[in-house]
Write a protein that binds this ligand. Structure first.
Ligand code: CA
Length: 339
C-alpha cells in the first residue's frame, strides 16, 4: 500500500513574473516525514513558471511507502499545445506514484511497469480528446529505498544530478537530439547550449504507443545530494553553477529556491522544477553508538573466547573510522528489465 503525503501541485500563476522578483509563484514544500526514522533524507521540491511563459507544464511529487521504507521522487516536464502539456505531466506523476510503490516485484520492475503504464494512459487520453492531441511528457524518477535497491529511471531530458566528493555528475543521459550529437562528437557542449534544436527530445511519454525507459541502480552514500530537475534549470544555468548552489549545507528548500531564482535571473525562458534530496551524514551520536557497539562486541568476544558474530560485525560493528565511507544503501546492478 502506498501512502502519499504532502500532495503538491503547482499553482497556475496569474501573471508571468519578472526576473528578480520574489518567488511568489513558487509552490514550495519542505518535505519531512516519519518514513526514515533516523537516517531519513531531507527532501524539498519546488516549481516555478519562469519569466516568459504563462503556464507551468512541469509537475513533481513525493510519494512514500512507509512499510517498505521507500521514497519516490518524480519530476515531469509536459509538452503539447493547449492544456496538453500540463495534463500529460500531471498524469505521469500521479500514475507513476500510484503504481511504482505497489506490488511485490523488485523496485526496477515496479518502476518500469509504472512508467510504461503512464505512457499508455497518456497516449490513449490524447487519442480520445482532440484538445489533448500530441501531448507528451518527460519524466525522471528517483526511488530511494531504506534498505537498499535505490534506482533512477527516466525518459526525455529531465535530469538527475548527484553531488558527491566535491563534484557533480549527471546520472541520466538526455534523450535529446543535441545530446545525441554531442555524444557522437558532432557538436560541442558549448554549441549544444546555443543550438536552436536544443528543445527537441527523442523520447517522451505519451507520444507513441510504446516507450523505452532507462533504469539504473544507485548506491547511496552518506552525504550524497540528489537533484531532479527539468530543463528549465539545466538549460538556463551551467552544471558548475548548479553545483555551487546545490553543494551548500543549507536547508534543501532554501537551496531549491536559490536554484530557481538563479535560473530566472539567467532568463527563465522555461518552467523550472527542482527536487533536492540530502542523504544525511552519520551524526556524532551515530558514530559514538557504532563505536560503543563495536567495543561491546569486542569485549564479549574476548570474554567468551570467540569473535563477534558475523552478522553483527557487518551491521553494527563497523569501526567508527570506517563508518563514514560505508555505503548506507547498495543495490546489485540491474539493467532495464525490458531489454
Ligand atoms: Ca521544459
Amino acid at each position: 500500500m502506498s501512502r502519499r503525503r504532502d500532495r503538491l501541485s503547482y499553482r497556475e500563476p496569474l501573471t508571468s513574473r519578472e526576473s528578480g522578483k520574489s518567488l511568489s509563484t513558487v509552490d514550495e514544500t519542505d518535505f519531512s516525514g516519519p518514513v526514515w526514522s533516523r537516517d531519513e533524507p531531507q527532501i524539498a521540491g519546488a516549481t516555478d513558471v519562469g519569466v516568459v511563459r504563462r503556464v507551468n507544464e512541469d509537475a513533481f511529487e513525493r510519494f512514500d511507502n512507509g512499510e517498505r521504507g521507500e521514497i519516490l521522487l518524480v519530476v515531469a516536464d509536459g509538452l503539447g499545445g493547449h492544456r496538453g502539456g500540463e495534463v500529460a505531466s500531471r498524469m505521469a506523476v500521479d500514475l507513476i506514484g500510484k503504481l511504482a510503490l505497489e506490488g511485490d516485484e523488485k523496485p526496477a520492475i515496479r518502476l518500469h511497469r509504472s512508467i510504461v503504464a503512464a505512457n499508455d494512459a497518456i497516449f490513449k487520453a490524447a487519442r480520445r480528446d482532440r484538445t489533448l492531441d500530441g501531448m507528451g511528457t518527460t519524466v525522471v524518477c528517483l526511488l530511494l529505498a531504506e534498505d537498499g535497491d535505490s534506482f533512477v529511471a527516466h525518459v526525455g531530458d529531465s535530469r538527475l544530478y548527484r553531488l558527491r566528493s566535491g563534484g557533480i555528475e549527471t546520472m541520466t543521459e538526455d534523450h535529446s537530439l543535441v545530446a545525441t550529437l554531442v555524444r557522437e562528437g558532432a557538436l560541442s557542449q558549448e554549441e549544444a547550449r546555443e543550438d536552436p534544436r536544443r528543445n527537441q527530445i527523442l523520447r517522451a511519454l505519451g507520444v507513441r504507443g510504446d516507450t523505452e525507459v532507462d533504469i539504473g541502480p544507485l548506491e547511496l552514500l552518506p552525504g550524497d545530494v540528489y537533484l531532479l530537475c527539468s530543463d528549465g534549470l539545466h538549460g538556463m544555468i551551467e552544471d558548475d553553477e548548479i553545483f555551487r548552489i546545490a553543494r551548500r549545507p543549507d536547508r534543501p528548500a532554501a537551496v531549491v529556491a536559490e536554484l530557481i531564482d538563479t535560473a530566472n535571473r539567467a532568463g527563465g525562458t522555461d518552467n523550472i522544477t527542482c527536487v533536492l534530496a540530502h542523504v544525511p551524514e552519520p551524526t556524532p551520536l551515530d558514530t559514538l553508538r557504532s563505536s560503543a557497539t563495536h567495543l561491546f562486541d569486542s569485549t564479549r568476544a574476548f570474554l567468551t573466547g570467540g569473535g563477534p558474530r558475523r552478522e553483527e560485525a557487518a551491521s553494527d560493528g563497523t569501526p567508527s573510522d570506517a563508518s563514514d565511507s560505508r555505503p548506507v544503501k547498495s543495490a546489485p546492478r540491474e539493467s532495464d528489465p525490458k531489454r
